[in-house]
Design a protein around this ligand. Structure first.
Ligand SMILES: NC(=O)c1ccc[n+]([C@@H]2O[C@H](COP(=O)([O-])OP(=O)(O)OC[C@H]3O[C@@H](n4cnc5c(N)ncnc54)[C@H](O)[C@@H]3O)[C@@H](O)[C@H]2O)c1
Length: 299
């Protein structure tokens, strides 16, 4: 017969559950030996959610990539940052120079196989493994199908399509050698639903969604999780520039009103979702495409 708790016992359990104290270290089941929780200046201890994990962020010099790199650094990751924008990348590397986990940078184009391979190899050479890939590098051409050119189609397919394919391919090769890892791809609301003025970009983001699902199934049995985030419109430089183009401001205002929360997103709000999917907190999640869109896709 099960014994019901005496009222005093129950009160004590509730008190303990709500006990206010310094943050406790979280268990780190997959952290490599030798990695410890970080001491916080405030006196408590906290385990970085990526402590000891080697992570490559592509397109890290700006926007969502940069916010992700900064957040990953604060969560204890050992970083490789890549971008084709050399000066932007150098500036970020300098800003993150004191990252305890270490920072490497690789200037290169994700659409070029040799460059994409070099990004992954840099992580393996410096840290011995690659645990996390954030396949973020992308370009965002706006325009309807009459305005889109064969060249703009090829360009976005090369970067957002082929570049994501290449970085995932070489990352998976590296992850298989060390027993697994986590990939987070950047899809978009335009990779799950139709939108106006995204005749070339939208289909490229459907590739991101499709690649995520196919790779997730292919490698689920090998310890590799593949997920994506699908951001709504986020206040990055690219979107800000759009606002400065003729008619851009009213277009952006219309887009803002299409987001049920009535505002555009911040890069760090996407980075938080990427962090979750990259971390062990998402250990039973693969093949998911997580909207970070202020409710856009719920309509
Ligand atoms: N901003 C948004 O509203 C939004 C919404 C949904 C999805 N996304 C996706 O998020 C990702 C990042 O977008 P963002 O808004 O931060 O863009 P951004 O233009 O601010 O930053 C993109 C970064 O990628 C780099 N890059 C571009 N092409 C590259 C290449 N071939 N090789 C290496 N690096 C390259 C750029 O130099 C830049 O630093 C993209 O994949 C984009 O499709 C953005």
């Amino acid at each position: 017969m099960t014994r019901s708790l005496a009222a005093d016992d129950a009160a004590e359990l509730i008190r303990r559950a709500y006990e206010v104290g310094p943050p406790r270290p979280r268990p780190l089941p997959h952290a490599p030996p030798g990695w410890r929780v970080q001491e916080q200046a405030a006196g408590g201890t906290v385990a970085g959610r990526l402590l000891g994990k080697s992570a490559l962020v592509t397109g890290a010099a700006r926007g969502i990539g940069r916010a992700t790199a900064e957040l990953f650094a604060s969560e204890g990751a050992r970083l490789v940052l890549s971008d084709r924008d050399g000066p932007g990348l150098a500036q970020l590397r300098e800003a993150l120079a004191l990252t305890p986990g270490g920072v490497e940078s690789v200037v290169g184009d994700v659409a070029e196989p040799a460059d994409a391979r070099r990004m992954i190899e840099t992580a393996v050479r410096r840290y011995g493994r690659l645990d996390v890939l954030v396949a973020n590098a992308g370009i965002i051409p706006f325009g309807n199908v009459l305005e889109a050119t064969p060249e703009s189609w090829d360009q976005v397919m090369a970067v957002d399509g082929r570049g994501m394919f290449l970085t995932c391919k070489y990352a998976i090769e590296a992850m298989l050698a060390t027993g697994g890892g986590a990939i987070v791809c950047l899809s978009s609301i335009s990779g799950l639903a139709g939108q106006r003025n995204q005749a070339a970009y939208g289909p490229a983001k459907f590739i991101a969604s499709g690649l995520t699902k196919h790779l997730a199934i292919e490698w689920a049995g090998h310890g590799i999780r593949v997920n994506a985030v699908a951001p709504g419109t986020i206040k990055t430089d690219r979107v800000r520039l759009l606002g400065e183009e003729p008619g851009g401001a009213s277009y952006l205002d219309a887009i803002r009103r299409m987001h049920p929360m009535g505002r555009l997103g911040e890069p760090v709000e996407v980075a938080q979702a990427i962090l979750f999917l990259a971390s062990d907190e998402a250990s039973f999640i693969t093949g998911a495409i997580l909207p970070v869109d202020g409710g856009y896709l719920a309509q």
